[in-house]
Each structure stands twice: as C-alpha cells, then as structure tokens.
Design a protein. Structure first.
Length: 315
C-alpha cells in the first residue's frame, strides 16, 4: 500500500512540480512526526520562553511547544506571565479580569494548584492563566523584600506537593525586561529564546542575553540558555537563511535545526482559541512545532546533566 506522500506525488507529478513536491514533503514530514517517540526527562525541566522584542512568535512558540509535548503524552504545565493573556487564549483557558490567575499566585493569595486549569484539547496539559489584572503586579510587588522569587516559591511548592509529576513547566514571559520577567527567570533553570528571521531580531538578542547574564550573576546562577528557535522563517528569502546562519555561528549547540515557517495558519489559530496543532494539524506550522518539541525533548539528558554540574559547582 502506498503512503500518503507517494499518492500525492503520483497525483501532482514528479519532483519537478513545485506544488506537488511541497505537498509531498509536508505529508512525509507529518507521517514521520507521527511515529516519533518523545523521550521523557528524568526530572522536571522548567523553561522560560523570553524575548523582550514583541512580535517574534514568543507566545505562539510557548503554547505550541507545550501542546506538542502534551500531544506526545508528556505532562506539561504552562504558566502565563504576560498580562495580555495570549497564551491563555490560545489554550482555551478562562482568564477574564477578576478570575483566579497568575496575578493571585504572584501576590500570594492563591496557589498554582488553586488557579490552574486543564486543557480541554490536551489532557496532560495544565495552564495557569493570566489576566489584565497582572499588569499592575510589578508596581505592587516592587517594595517586597522577596520580589524576585515570588514565582519561584510558588512553583517549588506546587511541584513538591503535586500528585502528578510534570515533565515540563513552560513560562510565557511578557515582551519586556521588567520584574515579571525577572521572576520567571528566577523560577526556572532554562531559557528558550525565539528569534524572528529578520535583521532587527539580532540586535535585540544581545540585550536579552546581557539581561540573562545579570540574572545569572545576581539571582539565579544555575540559569542556562538551553534553546534558540528561529521563527517566521521564509526559505524563499536569502535573509532568513542569513539570520539562521548568523545565530548558528555564535550558538551552534543550542540553536534547533528545526525552523518555524511564516504561516497564516499559525497566526489565525489563536483567534479561534486554539493552538496550530488543533487548528491545522497537518499543516507545516504544526509539523514544525512538533519537530522542534522533539528536538527539545531529545536534549533533556544533556541539558539536565549540564544543570547538575552547575549545581555541584555551587555546593
């Protein structure tokens, strides 16, 4: 029996047909990703998805990587730390003003266990939603002595008391370098940086890495930039390739091979309160995020080993 990609090639012609080739390639990649077995990390990996530049696909990356891991039956907790609440919207979580949210967690009124909601689309994915109420939190916690570790304390208490083991905790940060982002970076051990395949994205990268360095020096020496992911990649343009090559030259060990394409489907999905995995499961965007999540899962042994060495170096 011929595969779906073979059928498409037969219908649309040989490899010289551009449309047929692209459809066949997408179909083959979907068939391949469906067969992948995602390795489970030996301990919980806590990752902040951060970039102070807006419009780079940060929230889109956070929710679709989380959904991809959950689709592979890994247990995932997403913490929305962006007052815009876009991650909450994409994952179908209720997050109106006044409802329990990360605002209550940060301010210590409620625990993560009390606030989290289960995804209706992915049974192994939980979301701690954010509402517009969170926008005032930075001013309200600014004078607290432990203001940098409020989220860290909440996450540690939750993971210690939870009946379920979480394989990944993914924190979606706001597009800034303020106190909420500092809280996120103190609560996790890893940072994932989505980088838009455009020239100006490289300019902001240096500033972000500098900020992460300051957090490492003053608050969280274990913190590691474990992953970089090129988003909005257009393989038809030379610029996208140049951006990828430039990042790879400086960060070859942490840049994922997978790139996320510029896609209308990826952009449309949140307006339907869905991830692209639900909205267009066989599309190139969904396939690419699943491939990227697989790369991240495969890195677990190496990343956790590096974190353990850092921890031992401190003791």
């Amino acid at each position: 029996m011929e595969s779906a990609s073979e059928t498409i090639k037969r219908i649309f012609g040989d490899a010289n047909g551009v449309l047929g080739t692209e459809i066949a390639e997408t179909s083959a990649r979907f068939e391949a990703v469906e067969r992948l077995k995602y390795p489970r990390p030996s301990k919980t990996r806590c990752i902040a998805v951060a970039n102070q530049k807006g419009g780079v696909g940060k929230t889109t990356t956070a929710v679709n990587i989380a959904a991809s891991l959950a689709l592979a039956k890994l247990k995932v907790l997403v913490i929305d730390l962006d007052p815009q609440g876009n991650a909450s919207t994409a994952l179908g979580a209720s997050h109106s003003s006044g409802e329990p949210s990360t605002y209550d967690v940060i301010e210590g009124r409620m625990s993560i266990a009390e606030v989290k909601q289960q995804s209706s689309a992915f049974p192994t994915l939980d979301i701690v939603p954010a509402s517009i109420d969170l926008s005032g939190a930075e001013l309200e916690i600014a004078d607290m002595a432990n203001r940098n570790n409020l989220l860290k304390t909440a996450v540690e208490r939750f993971l210690e008391s939870s009946k379920h083991h979480y394989d990944f905790v993914i924190v979606d940060c706001p597009p800034s370098l303020g106190l909420l982002v500092i809280n996120a970076m103190c609560a996790v051990t890893e940072v994932m940086i989505p980088i838009q395949a455009e020239y100006y994205a490289l300019e902001g990268l240096g500033q972000l890495i500098h900020t992460i360095g300051l957090v490492q020096d003053h608050f969280n020496p274990i913190l590691t930039i474990s992953t970089m992911l090129i988003t909005m990649y257009d393989r038809r343009t030379l610029l996208s390739k140049q951006v990828y090559d430039e990042v790879e030259k400086h960060y070859p060990d942490i840049l994922l091979h997978t790139t996320i394409p510029r896609s209308v489907r990826i952009s449309e999905a949140p307006s339907f309160e869905k991830t692209v995995l639900e909205y267009d499961p066989r599309g190139l965007g969904a396939i690419s995020y699943r491939e990227a999540a697989y790369e991240i899962a495969k890195q677990s042994k190496r990343v956790l080993s590096e974190l353990a060495k850092k921890q031992q170096g401190r003791n």
